[in-house]
Write a protein that binds this ligand. Structure first.
Ligand code: FRU
Length: 446
């Protein structure tokens, strides 16, 4: 199986073969990021869930590993969940050089599986006895450490007479006590929860609770009860559903640089032998804007290791008859700053995979009247609109004004040699292109 095929992400993770959906159990352990994922190795549709596994030293270059959890070998429905490293050996399971690694999975309660050899092999704990069993339908446990109360916390989606999140705590990761329920109609599947400083201010840290469709609230969490402080917001403006382009995101625990890094399933992506891929890992932050505190998403800077062929230009006037064509490539990254304040163009932006005959595969457009970037609401910042785009063979990620908005998309780009043009363009008038930086992005697959 080759990764070098049409529509296959060259720097977006996909399973070497078969179906993938949600990322699971994302954590860092002794020099490697571990990523597990909902996986059907037998076909290109959702069926008989396994946990696939891959590792990376840098969130960019991934190595496919053998399947981690498999029906018949491991107990329970092997549905979404997460993993933690028990560095303090609170489980008492340690019996060698490696720290115990626990993963939580399953439906209608969580099943525990653990590894004592650094995530190479897993066994089911306690004969598959379920822990943390809320009333009604439930799934998708997320376990994390809460430092102030010095306890492990599990948050799980459940439908106990309406959507909500159930919170449990544990001292030993094996026995769990129910603490509270946050009932919220908007909240559906695959919770994630993490703490971030507001505007980088370590004294003002807030908790963020997210669901599968990329909605979130920020609030306070004392280790047992979550109190939202804000209205529900959306962290991405792609098609945020299980058939779309951004669903069931999870963040990595234990990032060695202390970041909160997220990767998200892109359901609509598919190729000849694989189905589904992940967004490029993005660093999350909380930033205060004119409409309050919201999440920003920025591709992790490790992406730089794939760059080559840099082209920069500045201060160009773009008109309908004089587009600017800085480069041509198959997979690449562009950051373009436009002066929206002085523009007479009604719409301007970037045309991707443009051809000599004037056609192109996709335009990333800022619409001045609607104040939208590629459909997402975005006001100019200091009169300017910055658009950063990651273009892969079948994936397009658009970031506006430093990650204030993101739009994760799936586009089946035509990678033929005559179809790789990049163009800055304007409609209905002119716009000043303040600066543009282009970098070709090489393949992350070895
Ligand atoms: C989300 C989801 C999860 C479930 C998993 C099963 O896409 O429905 O709620 O655990 O997929 O594969």
């Amino acid at each position: 199986t080759s990764y070098d095929e049409a529509f296959r992400g060259q720097f977006h993770f996909s399973s070497r073969a078969g179906w993938m959906n949600d990322p699971n159990g994302s954590f860092w352990y002794r020099g490697q990021y571990h990523l597990f994922y909902q996986h059907n190795p037998h076909g290109l549709a959702w069926d008989t869930m396994h946990w696939g596994h891959a590792t990376s030293p840098d969130l960019v270059h991934w190595t496919q590993k053998p399947i981690a959890l498999e029906p018949g070998v491991h107990a329970g429905d092997l549905w979404s969940g997460n993993g933690v490293v028990d560095t303090a050996n609170v489980t008492g399971l340690k019996n060698g050089a490696d720290d115990p690694i626990l993963v939580f999975s399953g439906t209608n309660g969580a099943t525990i599986h653990y590894s004592l050899d650094g995530a190479r092999t897993f066994q089911t704990y306690g004969g598959g006895r379920k822990v943390a069993v809320p009333a009604g339908t439930s799934r998708d446990p997320k376990v994390f450490w809460h430092e102030p109360s010095r306890r492990w916390v599990m948050v799980m989606w459940s439908d106990g007479g309406g959507n909500g999140a159930d919170f449990y705590t544990s001292a030993d990761l094996l026995n769990w006590t129910w603490r509270s329920r946050y009932a919220a109609g908007w909240f559906f599947e695959c919770p994630d929860m993490f703490q971030l400083p507001v505007d980088g201010n370590a004294a003002d840290r807030r908790w963020v609770l997210t669901d599968a469709s990329g909605e979130y609230v920020t609030g306070d969490f004392d280790g047992t009860t979550f109190l939202p402080r804000t209205a529900v917001r959306r962290m991405d403006h792609g098609a945020n559903d299980a058939g779309g382009t951004f669903y069931a995101g999870q963040t990595f625990l234990g990032d060695p640089r202390g970041r909160v890094v997220q990767t998200v399933w892109q359901p609509a992506a598919r190729g000849s032998v694989w189905s589904g891929n992940l967004t490029f890992p993005a660093e999350l932050a909380l930033r205060t804007g004119t409409d309050g505190v919201s999440l920003t998403r920025t591709p992790v800077d490790e992406l730089a290791s794939l760059r080559s062929g840099t082209v920069t230009l500045s201060d160009r006037t773009v008109t309908p008859t004089t587009p600017v064509s800085p480069a041509a490539a198959d997979t690449y990254e562009v950051t373009a700053v436009f002066d929206a304040a002085s523009a007479t163009a009604t719409r301007f932006g970037l045309r991707l995979h443009a051809r000599a005959d004037g056609t192109y595969d996709r335009a990333v457009t800022y619409d001045r009247a609607a104040r939208t970037l590629y459909g997402a609401p975005l006001a100019p910042e200091n009169g300017r609109v910055t658009m950063r785009v990651l273009v892969d063979r079948g994936q397009l990620e658009v970031f506006g004004n430093g990650g204030a908005v993101s739009i994760s998309d799936v586009v089946r780009f035509d990678s033929a040699a005559g179809s790789q043009g990049l163009q800055a363009y304007a409609e209905g008038g002119s716009v000043r292109l303040v600066s543009l930086r282009f970098d070709r992005l090489g393949s992350a697959w070895g």
